[in-house]
Ligand binder design. Structure first.
Ligand SMILES: [Zn+2]
Length: 298
């Protein structure tokens, strides 16, 4: 699932490549992905892209009025996307003029043509059969329900603000830092990585972390996310077919050696997701209970 670093890299790519260009045509291919109907997607046509932004894991393409100055976002429209689990934004220097089939079953959810049809543009794509990618056209980003409820951004938070977020919270730290209403931008993958760097158990109770542990987690958060943003920007994210991660220490590395201590990375599985950690680095050498495994043992 694209998280803060990947979405940030896509926003930076759009700032460099789409800003200043006029929307020539929009081809919606998946009606289920489109969550708003007023204004219609066609209202984007003839507008000039004036910016791109990220809110948590949401991507925002800002389209100004065609007759206004490019820097004036008043009266602008926002094409907001939540890429969900398997979504991506793929840039084409020459986008195909043939509209994608509007069956909603293919990988393309929406195509945007810039300058002219057959000119540059991008596809919003989603792999797999579970379609969860969401697209909104709004006059104000707070009209997107998920954005209005977002907590502070993970890369835009001071040490003291981070400490205040954790104070008195009884949730397990893994759950708290991936709750978008508490802290925006972090999902399953980067929370695994942060907790490993900070040498914290995913099951630690958030409000009970002492100052040294909180500081370690705050430093790990900034380091892991900034490194990943730099890596994703360096890959020219929007020219890739989908998210491509490298340099993961524990996430999705079940059964492989921990790069720090050599212990075997373990996993806790739930019905629809799983997370990974290193027992030696994070849980005093003790494996965490895993429902699936305990069933097998019994
Ligand atoms: Zn380790």
């Amino acid at each position: 699932m694209p998280e803060l670093p990947e979405v940030e890299a896509l926003a930076q790519f759009l700032r460099a490549h789409a800003v200043g260009h006029q929307v020539a045509r929009v081809d919606p291919a998946s009606m289920s992905a489109l969550k708003t109907f007023d204004p219609p997607v066609s209202a984007l046509v003839d507008r000039t892209v004036t910016g791109a932004a990220r809110y948590g894991k949401f991507l925002d393409l800002v389209c100004g009025l065609s007759d206004g100055p490019a820097s004036d976002n008043a009266g602008g429209l926002h094409l907001v996307t939540h890429l969900s689990r398997a979504g991506w934004l793929r840039w084409h220097d020459t986008a195909s003029a043939v509209p994608p089939k509007p069956t909603g079953k293919g990988p393309i959810a929406l195509r945007v043509h810039l300058d002219s049809v057959g000119g540059p543009g991008f596809d919003l794509t989603e792999a797999g059969t579970q379609k969860r990618l969401a697209v909104y056209v709004v006059t104000d980003t707070d009209q997107v329900p998920g954005i209005g409820r977002l907590g502070p951004d993970a890369l835009d938070l001071s040490r003291d603000e981070f400490a205040a977020l954790l104070k008195g919270r009884t949730e397990r730290i893994k759950n708290l830092i991936t709750d978008q209403k508490v802290l925006a931008g972090i999902g399953n993958a980067y929370s695994d990585e942060m907790l490993h760097v900070a040498k914290l158990s995913p099951y630690a109770v958030s409000g009970r972390l002492d100052e040294a542990r909180r500081d370690a987690l705050f430093a790990a958060m900034r380091q892991v996310l900034s490194d990943a943003v730099a890596r994703s920007v360096g890959q020219d994210a929007a020219r890739l077919k989908g998210e491509k991660r490298s340099g993961m220490r524990v996430h999705a590395r079940n059964g492989l050696p921990c790069p720090v201590c050599g212990d075997t990375v373990r996993e806790v599985s739930f019905a629809d997701r799983s997370f990974q950690y290193c027992p030696t680095c994070q849980t005093g050498g003790k494996p965490l209970a895993d429902r699936r495994l305990s069933r097998l043992v019994r």
